[in-house]
Write a new protein. Structure first.
Length: 300
C-alpha cells in the first residue's frame, strides 16, 4: 500500500487534475446566460473532496490508464455529483443552507436558478462523456454514457433519494437501509470506479470485474456509514455543511439503526470486505486500498 505521505501527494495531484478538468468543461462565467453559468461554476468549483474523480483515477490504475486518459470521465462524474448536491439542498428536498463551507446554490442564486444549474450540470456531464475525445473507442464511449446514466436515474441515485424522502420518520431495517444507500450513494461511486476501468489500456477478466464490483459495493456503503457517523460527531465547521441534519430531520441512518459504535463496527467490517475483494490485483490496486482507508478515516 502507498505510504501515507506519498498517497497524500497522489491525492493532491489527482484533485488538482480533477479540478482543472471540470473547470475546462464548465461554461465561462461571462457567457450568456451569465447568471446560470455563474451558478454552475459556483456549485462545482472551489471545494469538495473530489472523491468520485479520485476513484476514477485509482480504478484506472488497474488497467494501465493515465490520469490524462481519464479526465473526461472524472469531470463527468463530478458534474453529476455536483448537480445532485444542488438539488438535494433545495427546500423541497433536504432544505440545507450550507455546503462546502458556504451558502448553498439556492441561497446564493435563488431556487429557480439553482434548479436550472443542477439541470445544466447533469446534461453537461453527458455532453462531456459522449465527446469523441473522452473515449476514442465508440463502444467504450457508449458503455460509459450508459453506465453513468443508469447510476444517476431511478435505478440509482435518484431512486435512492426518492426512498430517502419517503422514509423520513420511518424505521428501516438494515437490508432496507443498505438498499437505499446502494442506490443513493453507492451507485455513483460504483460508476466512478467502472468509468476508470473503461478508460484503461486493457480489459479486466470476468473474475476481476466481479471482484471489483464487490469492492465498489462495499466501499459505497462504507462511505455512507462514515457520513452518518460524521453527521453525529463532527462540527458544522469541520463538515462544511450543517451537522446533525439527519437526526433533526428524523431520517433513517446507520447510527439510528445500529447506534454509534455499531455503525463504526459495520464500517470496519465493510473496510475489511472491500480490501479482501482487491487481493487478486496486487500493487495495481494500491491507490484503491489507500482510498478505502482514507474514506474510513476521513473527518469531513
Amino acid at each position: 500500500m502507498a505510504a501515507p505521505l506519498a498517497f497524500s501527494a497522489w491525492i493532491a495531484e489527482r484533485q488538482q487534475e480533477a479540478e482543472a478538468a471540470v473547470a475546462r468543461v464548465l461554461p465561462a462565467e461571462d457567457a450568456i446566460p451569465q447568471r446560470l453559468h455563474a451558478a454552475m461554476r459556483y456549485s462545482v468549483l472551489g471545494g469538495g473532496k473530489r472523491m468520485r474523480p479520485l476513484l476514477v483515477f485509482a480504478a484506472g490504475e488497474l488497467v494501465g490508464a493515465t490520469p490524462a486518459m481519464l479526465c473526461a470521465a472524472a469531470a463527468a462524474v463530478e458534474l453529476i455529483h455536483a448537480y445532485s448536491l444542488v438539488h438535494d439542498d433545495l427546500p423541497s428536498m433536504d432544505n440545507d443552507v450550507l455546503r462546502r463551507g458556504r451558502a448553498t446554490c439556492h441561497v446564493r442564486y435563488g431556487e429557480a436558478m439553482a434548479l436550472l444549474a443542477g439541470d445544466a450540470l447533469q446534461t453537461l456531464a453527458f455532453e462531456v462523456l459522449s465527446a469523441p475525445d473522452a473515449f476514442p473507442d465508440g463502444d467504450r464511449r457508449a458503455d460509459a454514457v450508459a453506465l453513468l446514466a443508469a447510476a444517476s436515474g431511478s435505478a440509482g441515485m435518484a431512486g435512492g433519494q426518492a426512498i430517502d424522502l419517503a422514509s423520513v420518520g420511518e424505521t428501516l431495517n438494515q437490508p432496507e437501509l443498505e438498499l437505499m444507500h446502494i442506490l443513493k450513494t453507492g451507485a455513483l461511486i460504483r460508476a466512478a470506479i467502472f468509468l476508470g476501468v473503461l478508460g484503461g489500456a486493457f480489459d479486466l477478466t470476468v473474475a476481476e470485474r466481479a471482484a471489483l464490483d464487490r469492492f465498489a459495493r462495499r466501499v459505497g456503503l462504507l462511505f455512507q456509514i462514515v457520513d452518518d457517523v460524521l453527521d453525529c460527531t463532527a462540527s458544522t465547521e469541520a463538515l462544511g455543511k450543517t451537522a446533525g441534519k439527519d437526526e433533526a430531520g428524523d431520517k433513517p441512518t446507520y447510527v439510528r439503526l445500529l447506534g454509534l459504535e455499531g455503525a463504526r463496527a459495520r464500517a470496519g467490517e465493510l473496510r475489511q470486505e472491500a480490501l479482501a475483494a482487491l487481493e487478486g490485483f496486487g500493487a495495481r490496486a494500491d491507490s484503491l486500498r489507500a482510498l478505502t482507508e482514507f474514506i474510513l478515516r476521513r473527518e469531513y
